[in-house]
Design a protein around this ligand. Structure first.
Ligand code: GTR
Length: 414
């Protein structure tokens, strides 16, 4: 095939793809009138019908039950198998971010038998930090895309140029506010493409192919969540970090990941979902924007296999996403939406956080129950539940980081 034919073919394929994407977008419902009615599962009614009225009943019975239901029907988990872990500081300097920060880059090596896998962690700490709070947030395109800092090493699977997503990372503001911040490329754990199970961390944990998956086995989201917990293991070895103030932040698919990881790993003292949308913060039963049906057909490798069985029967799901947020209670949780990110259903994200309130109330906290949907760029914070919808598109901005810092400042006291 000559160059010209190739080029024409490429244009044709792109056109087909774009028309396809448009059809999907047209099919998505953006009309509030057409959302239809739905009944959410009650976070405070156990499967055997028992009503949960105390935090003890929640913690002893309903919480573990919901964790199992999310594991078996939505995300799955990584097997418990032991992997060897070693840390190697590959680069360190104390003059980063204009002299404000210590930069440390650490290679984590996981091993099982003869297999190994490496993860590269980038950490900025306020200079002289002792027991500082820390944000943990995986990135989409590789560590070097989060900054223009020339010393940051490119992540192994990244093909993007340095600084490509710099606008999403308010490192200066974070460090100036007294917080550490730590990131890693999510591909280091599980490359975000179909058919990558065998090329992910999973083989080290005993899952090399689809045939090894069992009920409750997770794939990409579960693996990314596992990765966030392993980074936290490392951070907890550092004297500069306050082990009681680690905050997990994730955007979009990594916001879904943050919520699931925060539910599983209670060492994260606060969890932030930035524009996580369908199968993240947004209620699945609301037919608005992206749906379970759509997400299961586009991204089947994100979820446990059982999730697909609800694609055309969302009302049969034994859970909805407000219960995922409730699994974070009583810890601070922040859900952020963006006005033009209709695909993620901002209202569904808000309603979900609001509905999680009944569990926060068991802990005697104020909640968003009864609050009206806020105006854009207004902070709606009650007790440990924080929400905003900012102007703009699906993204992470300095506005968002500023809110997360302020929320953490007021909720996570030393
Ligand atoms: C979209 C997907 C969303 C969201 C987003 C992202 O294509 O439909 O669920 O996760 O990707 O991660 O940016």
């Amino acid at each position: 095939m000559n160059m010209r034919t190739r080029h024409t073919l490429f244009l044709l394929v792109s056109l087909l793809f774009l028309t396809g994407a448009e059809t999907w977008a047209q099919e998505a419902n953006y009309d509030e009138e057409k959302v239809g009615s739905y009944v959410l599962p009650d976070a405070l009614t156990a499967q055997d019908g028992q009503k949960v009225t105390t935090k003890r009943q929640w913690e002893r019975k309903r919480r573990p039950e919901l964790l199992r239901l999310f594991r078996d029907n939505v995300y799955g988990v990584m097997p418990d198998s032991k992997v060897g872990t070693s840390y190697r500081v590959v680069e360190e300097a104390d003059d980063a971010l204009g002299g404000k920060a210590v930069r440390r880059q650490v290679e984590i090596t996981f091993s099982a038998g003869t297999q190994t896998r490496k993860m590269l962690v980038l950490l900025y700490l306020p200079k002289g930090a002792r027991k500082c709070p820390v944000f943990v947030s995986p990135n989409f395109q590789g560590n070097a895309t989060t900054t223009t800092d020339p010393a940051v090493i490119a992540s192994q699977y990244s093909t993007f140029e340095r600084g490509h997503q710099v606008s999403r990372w308010s490192y200066d503001r974070i460090v100036s506010s007294g917080y550490g911040v730590c990131t890693f490329h999510y591909f280091d754990v599980y490359p975000d493409k179909d058919g990558m199970l065998g090329e992910s961390i999973c083989p080290l944990l005993g899952i090399s192919s689809e045939a090894d998956l069992q009920a409750g086995s997770g794939k990409a989201i579960a693996a990314w969540a596992w990765g966030c917990s392993r980074v936290l293991d490392y951070l907890l070895t550092l004297k500069e970090i306050d082990r009681k103030r680690a905050i997990l932040v994730g955007h979009s698919r990594l916001g879904k990941t943050a919520l699931w990881c925060g539910a599983l790993d209670r060492r994260f003292a606060m969890v932030v979902s930035n524009n996580s949308g369908c199968s993240g913060a947004a209620l699945s039963r609301r037919n608005y924007g992206e749906t379970v049906s759509r997400i299961c057909s586009t991204f089947p490798w994100w979820f446990c296999n059982q999730y697909r069985s609800y694609a055309e029967a969302v009302s049969a799901l034994p859970v909805d996403q407000h219960e995922l947020i409730a699994l974070i209670a009583p810890r601070p949780v922040y859900v952020a939406s963006a006005q033009d990110d209709r695909w993620a259903d901002p209202k569904g994200e808000f309603l979900s956080l609001q509905a999680a309130g009944c569990v926060y109330a068991l802990y005697g906290q104020e909640t968003l129950q009864g609050c009206a949907f806020p105006s854009v760029n207004e902070h709606l914070w009650r007790g440990n539940c924080g929400y905003h919808i900012r102007t703009g598109v699906h993204d992470v901005t300095d506005y968002d980081w500023q809110a997360y810092i302020e929320f953490a400042d007021t909720r996570l006291r030393r």
